[in-house]
Write a protein that binds this ligand. Structure first.
Ligand SMILES: [Zn+2]
Ligand SMILES: [Zn+2]
Length: 394
């Protein structure tokens, strides 16, 4: 499976890189990937409509046994489509993937190495490994951290209320224009007013709320092109659907400060000490366009099929590393290895010198980020370091 994923990802990088320059879209064009039908027509030398082991080459040959789901010795169109579908549902990787950043390195900047003791070790699969990996043209010693992205210090959920009379304790939060709103039954019933759009109606005549309460519903609704029958739904996926998914975080052991800032794609932008992803902003436009909302729980997290449980906001629910002076506590690491800290210091003040990414320097912590306010829909705004990356295995 690893090889075909690599093959398809490589093609995707080439395509999405080009498209990111042309149009800054969150979703790369997916129709340009080699289709399963194309793969068969290219390799099927005896024209029997399926691929035998002798017909295939390269990554598909290496991965034959995994793709051949029924173990009959042939790869059928259906089996290849299954692999292809898995790929298409996957958000594209970081947009800066094959940029060479070696000329952007700033060696003067004060940086502090990652401290792996801060992570909750029970949440890490197989311990934290070290590996030298090329990141944007720079050979970098990295930590490789594998997790199931499940929170352990707090309950995950609830997200959607079930009835328009449910109180806000039965559901999570939603945000608009930097403000956080408690999602209650009343909130759901009044979405038409909230968004000044009378097409909103997430509830039935008996007051029950339309919730994606099966894994099938979650898969159909928790993606940018929401399937028609799930328009006007409260979208909720449960962590247990994806509890066996493994997210791998590749983070530099010692971060490298760059002279330029980097955007992130749809991959993870960091990790909380419990091993849960900090994700880039939720694609609110796509969500709202289908008249759906995908509430976060009170801890700023929700679940999607590609990464499981993840945070879009830091709400103080996860493990924190208290600082000795009045500085705010540390809450995790960004994917470039710089620390992420809570926004407010012990006196309740916000730093006033944050750069465009939400970071600044101090003598103790070197360069580091401060998380945005929960309603902002972004934990950090960009990366100032050489980016690592995340990888998700379903
Ligand atoms: Zn999300
Ligand atoms: Zn600070």
């Amino acid at each position: 499976m690893k090889y075909i994923i690599l093959l398809i990802l490589t093609v995707t990088f080439l395509i999405s890189c080009k498209s990111n320059q042309e149009k800054k879209k969150e979703q790369g064009p997916q129709e340009q990937r080699p289709s399963s039908a194309q793969l068969i027509s290219e390799m099927d030398s005896n024209k029997d409509g399926k691929l035998s082991k002798t017909e295939v080459q390269g990554p598909i040959a290496n991965d034959f046994a995994n793709i051949d789901i029924n173990n009959d010795g042939f790869l059928t169109l259906e089996e290849l489509i299954k692999v292809e579908k898995n790929q298409q549902n996957r958000p594209p990787r970081q947009s800066n993937e094959n940029k060479d950043l070696s000329n952007q390195i700033n060696t003067e900047a004060k940086v502090v190495p990652v401290n792996t003791d801060y992570f909750i070790s029970e949440n890490i699969i197989g311990g934290i490994q070290k590996q030298t990996i090329e990141l944007n043209g720079v050979e970098t010693l990295c930590y490789v951290i594998k997790t199931n992205s499940q929170a352990t210090e707090h309950q995950m959920g609830p997200w959607c209320p079930r009835h328009i009379e449910d109180g806000m304790e039965k559901a999570g939060i939603w945000f608009r224009d930097g403000e956080v709103y408690d999602v209650s039954g009343h909130f759901i019933a009044n979405l038409d007013e909230f968004y000044s759009d009378d097409k909103w109606k997430l509830y039935r005549e008996d007051g029950t709320i339309k919730v994606t309460d099966t894994e099938e519903g979650c898969l159909a609704a928790a993606k940018p092109e929401v399937e028609e029958q799930y328009n006007n739904y409260c979208v909720e996926c449960l962590p247990e659907y994806f509890k066996d998914q493994v997210t791998t975080f590749v983070i530099p052991v010692t971060p490298t400060y760059l002279n330029s800032t980097q955007n992130f794609g749809r991959g993870g932008i960091g990790i909380a000490f419990n091993g849960v992803n900090f994700d880039p902003p939720a694609p609110v436009h796509a969500i709202l366009a289908a008249h759906t909302i995908a509430p976060l729980d009170d801890h700023g997290g929700h679940v999607n099929p590609h990464g499981g449980y993840h945070y879009h906001a830091a709400t103080g629910s996860t493990k924190e590393i208290v600082q000795t002076n009045s500085h705010s506590p540390m809450i995790g690491y960004a994917i470039d290895g710089f620390g992420i800290f809570a926004l407010l210091d012990k006196k309740g003040n916000k730093p006033n010198d944050l750069d465009e990414c939400g970071g600044h320097f101090d003598d103790t912590r070197g360069y580091h980020y401060h998380a945005g306010q929960p309603g902002e829909n972004q934990v950090i705004k960009c990366l100032h370091g050489l980016p690592g990356y995340t990888e998700i295995k379903e």
